[in-house]
Design a protein around this ligand. Structure first.
Ligand code: HEM
Length: 314
């Protein structure tokens, strides 16, 4: 996670107009120095492009520099134009907040491009190499102006270097603070994950004990099924018994009916038949008792079955 909505670079560094005045005082960057630079602005404008070209003749002779420019997608033409403008601005005589903000931006850009300060600062030598001979030549007849011209340029470039280096440093600090924020975020995420894992572990323990309970229930269900199946077997046997009794009844009833339908049969026959009928009725009553007992057994078993089933599904 990066913190993109930071205040401006100048605000983060506490750079404001009064801070700029304090810097200038520390650097002994006086009104006279400003006037000297302004007096040299025409000379600077006239030589800016050539100095920028020589600046990059040197830089592009280093394969590492070329690689860096290619990596950044920059072109020599674009760099020369930017460098020429940068050089001219050094002589514009107006070193206010707008100027400072621009320098801070360039410093921060080079930090983002991954250009280390030693290359950045070392490049200023190119300006000194190519500007100082021009200044000496300009004041060849005014020797007292040479040193102030050189000093003014050293002071303004030092002013720039301070601002750019501070922007560099801020870039490093912000990167580190983003990394710390990332680590903190990861720690929070890990804590949340740990909590979630703890909850999972608790859930798993509960599930394990539920599984044990479920296993107990399954065992009870098995026992219930076995009881029901025994009961069903008993019921089936009882039903078989009832069927055979019903068959007996049918036979008995048909035996009763036969003498009734044969009114013309003899009294003896009737007597015998009556006796038989009495036996059959007695058997029927017994059969009915057995049926009733079987039905009672059956309903008891069904009751047991029902109780077990309720236990099993609960
Ligand atoms: C005295 C030292 C340097 C100064 C004053 C300087 C100045 C500048 C300026 C003013 C820009 C244009 C920024 C913009 O407005 O977009 C720029 C761009 C750039 N500079 Fe420098 N620079 C210096 C040294 C270096 C060095 C040593 C390197 C590489 C090793 C470098 C690589 C670049 C690159 C890659 C760009 C971007 C080019 C583009 O986007 O087209 N600079 N520089």
């Amino acid at each position: 996670m990066t913190t993109d909505n930071r205040p401006s670079i100048s605000a983060q560094l506490g750079i404001n107009p009064s801070d700029l005045d304090a810097r200038k005082a520390w650097n002994v960057f006086t009104r006279d120095n400003v006037e000297v630079l302004k007096d040299l602005s025409q000379l600077a404008n006239d030589n800016a492009d050539e100095i920028a070209r020589k600046f990059y003749d040197h830089s592009f002779s280093f394969p590492a520099f070329v690689a860096k420019i290619q990596e950044a997608g920059g072109t020599r033409q674009g760099l020369e134009a930017a460098q020429s403008q940068y050089f001219k601005d050094l002589f514009n005589g107006n070193y206010d907040m707008t100027y400072a903000e621009r320098r801070l931006f360039v410093g921060s850009l080079h930090h983002r491009l991954g250009i280390s300060p030693r290359y950045y600062l070392g490049s200023y030598i190119q300006f000194y190499e190519h500007l100082f001979p021009i200044q000496v030549k300009k004041y060849s007849n005014k020797a007292d102006k040479v040193v102030p011209a050189i000093m003014a340029f050293l002071k303004i470039t030092n002013f720039d270097q301070q601002l750019m280096l501070e922007a560099y440093t801020l870039g490093f600090v912000n990167e580190m603070s983003d990394q710390v924020a990332d680590v903190r975020q990861q720690a929070v995420t890990m804590e949340t994950n740990t909590e979630a894992m703890g909850q999972l572990a608790t859930g798993a323990t509960e599930q394990a004990s539920n599984s044990q309970e479920a296993a107990g229930n399954v065992q009870q269900l098995g026992e219930a099924i076995s009881t029901v199946s025994q009961a069903s077997e008993t019921q089936a046997k009882a039903a078989d018994g009832m069927t055979s009794m019903i068959e007996d009844l049918k036979v008995a009833i048909s035996q009763i009916n036969t003498p009734v339908e044969s009114e013309i049969q003899t009294a003896e026959t009737a007597s015998t038949t009556s006796k038989k009928g009495a036996d059959v009725v007695s058997q029927t009553v017994e059969g009915m008792d057995r049926i009733s007992a079987s039905v009672r057994d059956g309903s008891d078993l069904i009751g047991v079955h029902g109780v077990h089933r309720v236990t099993a599904l609960r």
